[in-house]
Design a protein around this ligand. Sequence first.
Ligand code: HPA
Ligand code: MG
Length: 225
Amino acid sequence: MAAKPKENFIKIEDDDGGYNLDMFCIPRHYEDAIENVIIPHGLIQDRTERLARDIVKDNGDGHMVVLCVLKGGYKFCADLLDFIKALNRNSETSLQLRVDFIRVKSYENASVENDQSTGEITVLGGDNLSSVEGKKILIVEDIVDTGRTMSKLLKLVHSYKPASVKVVSLLVKRTERSSGYRPDYIGFEVPDKFLVGYALDYNEFFRDLNHVCVINEAGKKKFAI
Ligand code: HPA
Ligand code: MG
């Protein structure tokens, strides 16, 4: 029987109250909309640096096609690639990257809440997915919540016959709604709260916030659609 794998993420506990907003620099327009800072920007950077190292170690000398899942994945993807680039220019081996950007839309999304999605997916943008054939693919995502969107995206990408597919997600939510799907690389496992910042949005707001934060009820009201 295979040994139980070691935890490969930073776990943020359910009762972690995060950091007081007053300890950080928060844009005025979000000050009253945030409960706490749950992952400061600097910690995101430090964890991302290590994820970059793990990815380079596992995929070594070779090349990968990075599929950045927009919009939420754009900051994490840009920072992750910067760290991989730094490793590449300072070592004997290197991981050559090509980058593409896709958007994944979930449909059958009749729920009133903005915070959930179910049903089938549609991939928008990016080159024709047939260009992934025979390539090593790295999908870069901001957050895996139920895991259903990623499972569907993986099914779709696999249908184009890539050589391999790995997924790196900055965040994975601990939720009863999880399908059980786990990415290959995980930055942080987070409580089942609605998170914003570092490109994660609530109704398209909060992408312009550096830290990952917990939105509060006032924020949900203020930025409701
Ligand atoms: N924040 C932003 N987007 C999301 C979340 C979240 O907590 N979960 C799924 N998509
Ligand atoms: Mg996402």
